[in-house]
Design a protein around this ligand. Structure first.
Ligand code: PLP
Length: 421
């Protein structure tokens, strides 16, 4: 594989080499990133990419689908088993298309939906005005309590009773606390709304049994596959049997045509990996590592939104350090610590700056790092953020980062393979 790439396109191969080197040499704290296994990479770069397969297994609009049918059926069966769902659709190409398909299936143009505001932790597809969701549906945002910075379920219920949404969306991109799906269900029932859970960020934690599973509570659950679930860059939808037809029709032919069969194959592999007991261990370590990172930052005087985390991520408020989130993330990047800036609830900074950073533990945990390493990394972060002008200390930390990365190599022996498994 790799030899062919190098022979045909040395320019692309060289870029792969540099990207692999970047991944190897940096500490990734972006909580939505992870490292897919070699098996997942192999499936993604496989002959399955050659096949058109519009339709569903045994009901395709193309011939020659017998083997892609098999792989899609495997992926569906594994998704259902892993999450205890009645129905799974594994064709959405990304989280955005999964959410789009659910809205397309269950809503009419202009219907009212309640979802978490983007600047309080929600996602673009939860009704942001620049996104299709905000343009085609009447999204009404809910947020977190100003004091506690967690969802106030009583206030949410009052708002739902006033707004009478057709759907309530639970799930977020930057919410550090676990979600109470039973409470969301009760609120949805009180107003006769569908409950959709977007578990994109936490699906790996759910699979590992370290976060409540939304499937028994929600009408529909969507998820990406490349975050805590550690699969290829993609998504899937779970739902109850009675909605299966509507969801399938909304994905194809509603919002997509030819499915990416190589990525569906990679999702089958990912679901298998997530069923292995080692994945439960991974989930426990992700949570433990995030807790240690959070406690270390708190001990260094850095304020965390809601006072900490129950999950894989935290939101650090940099205002008292007189840094915007962007400035903080830029500083950390100088030491090869890669994180992302984020707004915090009730932020006065625009989204292009944000007052916070959103560090998380999934990628470092996949590399094999443990709690002692989290203490080290969090202290480096605090040192840099507290002393932004200390170039010598930043250089020193960058060297230490490289030494730590070298102790936890990525894809050992892959260096020569330029990312081709
Ligand atoms: N939903 C949530 C909660 C997310 O965090 C994300 C991605 O960050 C998505 C949906 C969209 O996923 P994608 O980037 O694959 O379209």
């Amino acid at each position: 594989m790799e030899r062919h790439l190098r022979e045909v396109d040395s320019e692309v191969a060289a870029i792969f080499d540099r990207e692999l080197e970047r991944q190897q040499q940096t500490l990734v704290l972006i909580p939505s990133e992870n490292y897919a296994s070699r098996a997942v990479l192999a499936a993604t770069g496989s002959v399955m990419t050659n096949k058109y397969a519009e339709g569903y297994p045994h009901a395709r609009y193309y011939h020659g689908c017998e083997f892609v049918d098999e792989v899609e059926e495997l992926a569906i069966a594994r998704a259902k088993t892993l999450f205890g769902a009645e129905h799974a659709n594994v064709q959405p190409v990304a989280g955005t298309q999964a959410n789009m398909a659910v809205y397309y299936a269950l809503l009419e143009h202009g219907d009212t939906v309640m979802a978490m505001a983007l600047d309080q932790g929600g996602h673009l597809t939860h009704g942001n005005r620049f996104n299709f969701s905000g343009r085609y549906y009447n999204f009404v945002s809910y947020g977190v309590d100003r004091e506690s910075e967690v969802i106030d379920y009583d206030a949410l219920e009052q708002q739902a009773l006033a707004v009478r949404p057709k759907m309530i969306v639970a799930g977020a991109s930057a919410y550090p606390r676990s979600l109470d799906f039973a409470r969301f269900r009760a609120i949805a029932d009180a107003v006769g709304a569908h409950l959709m859970v977007d578990m994109a960020h936490i699906s790996g934690l759910v699979a590992a049994g370290v976060h409540d599973n939304p499937v028994p509570y929600a009408d529909v659950v969507t998820s990406t596959t490349h975050k805590t679930l550690r699969g290829p860059r993609s998504a899937f939808i779970l739902c109850r049997q009675e909605l299966a037809k509507a969801i399938d029709k909304a994905v194809f032919p509603g919002v997509q045509a030819g499915p990416l069969m190589h990525v569906i194959a990679a999702k089958a592999v990912m679901f298998k990996e997530a069923m292995d007991p080692t994945f439960q261990e991974y989930g426990r370590k992700v949570i433990a590592n995030a807790a240690v990172m959070a406690n270390t930052l708190l001990a260094r005087g850095i304020r965390l939104v809601s006072g900490g985390t129950d999950t894989h991520l935290m939101l650090a408020d940099l205002r008292q350090l007189n840094l915007t989130g962007r400035a903080g993330a830029d500083l950390l990047r100088e030491a090869d610590i890669v994180t992302n800036f984020n707004t915090i609830p009730y932020d006065t900074q625009p989204p292009t700056q944000g007052s916070g950073i959103r560090p998380g533990s999934p990628a470092l945990t996949t590399r094999g790092m443990g709690e002692a390493d989290m203490v080290t990394v969090a202290n480096w972060m605090a040192d840099i953020l507290e002393h932004p002008d200390d170039a010598a200390r930043i250089r020193e930390i960058k060297e230490a980062v490289h030494a730590l990365c070298a102790r936890f190599p990525l894809y050992t022996n892959l260096q020569a393979n330029a990312g081709c498994a």
